[in-house]
Design a protein around this ligand. Structure first.
Ligand code: SF4
Length: 307
């Protein structure tokens, strides 16, 4: 049990480390992405919005310090004084000259309420000099990297235009592990054409990669993305709520109990979400997962097998 939860939450992990509740504030560092600027492609991953998958991040026209202040204002009522992790969420947050990266990360870390960084990026944007910088900062502050793997299925990775190979992920994961830089792997559940067997195969791969954490996203269609176009043409079925809850429980049961679970739902905004619309009610999904785990008397790692 992790603080009365049946899975190993980020909340539990951060409380253990800092002795208090820690929030995250989502920032837009003004980056782009090789999968969007024409280096690899222009359209990006099929589900990526014009916000670079940072729907709730700060305003990129503002400084990092001002974005942190804006985000703190949004959580002021429930969290007036505590510490936060600065989460560089939008686009590819290691895709810039090294001096720009140092400046932006340092600006966030200099805010009196920021205690660490979470940096979303791609495995093909973690060259040695970036790893050197992360390792250096990581000696002083808690830092982790977030990698959007989404699936291990080669056919699906082409369909979603991920733009890097599974081998590239494995190499970067190994490089991060060697330098003791924790990383979180993102998977999307319900990608077109994927069966439950495909999804569980991706989860077992994440177990094997010795990822520090995992984020499970429900596949959701955002307005005006390439996925939206594809959805209009093919009209594939979107996942139903109860099926999703059962799937998340099954994933938690085979997940390494040491792995920190950062998220188990999707993240669309009300005005841009095409579907599934039930995903807007995050609380009921979280409650549904807790309830089912309890009913089954189950927990994270119940059926985990180390390979
Ligand atoms: S790697 Fe991230 S920012 Fe780049 S296209 Fe894919 S989802 Fe968008």
């Amino acid at each position: 049990m992790w603080d009365n939860k049946r899975f190993h939450t980020l909340n539990y992990e951060l409380k253990k480390k800092f002795g208090e509740k820690i929030y995250k504030v989502s920032l837009d560092g003004g980056f782009t992405c090789p999968n969007r600027d024409g280096t690899l492609a222009y359209k990006g991953c099929i589900f990526c919005s014009d916000k670079g998958s940072g729907e709730f991040a700060g305003d990129r026209r503002k400084s990092i310090g001002d974005q942190i202040e804006d985000q703190l204002k949004l959580i002021e009522k429930k969290f007036p004084k505590g510490k936060v992790i600065a989460y560089f969420q939008s686009f590819t947050n290691t895709y810039a000259p090294i001096e720009k990266l140092r400046k932006i990360y340092s600006e966030a870390l200099s805010h009196p309420r920021v205690v660490g960084l979470a940096i979303a990026t791609r495995p093909d944007c973690l060259q040695n000099e970036v790893l050197d910088l992360l390792e250096e900062l990581g000696r002083e502050y808690p830092i982790w990297i977030e990698l959007g793997l989404q699936t291990v299925n080669e056919k699906t990775s082409q369909l979603i235009n991920r733009g890097y190979s599974l081998e590239q992920f494995t190499i970067s994961a190994e490089n991060l592990r060697k330098r003791k830089i924790p990383f979180v792997t993102h998977l999307i559940l319900g990608l077109p054409g994927e069966s439950k067997t495909d999804i569980l195969k991706s989860v077992r791969f994440v177990n094997k990669s010795k990822s520090w954490g995992i984020k499970l996203h429900l596949m959701h269609v955002i307005k005006d993305t390439a996925l939206h176009e594809y959805y209009k043409k093919k009209y594939f079925p979107l996942m139903e709520k109860q099926i999703y809850i059962e799937l998340v429980v099954e994933i938690l049961e085979i997940l390494d109990p040491k792995m920190t679970v950062h998220r188990i739902t999707g993240d669309g905004t009300r005005d841009t979400l095409i579907g599934p619309l039930w995903s807007l009610d995050k609380r009921s999904i979280l409650n549904g997962v807790d309830k089912l785990l309890k009913e089954k008397n189950s927990y994270q790692g119940k059926f985990y097998k180390e390979d």
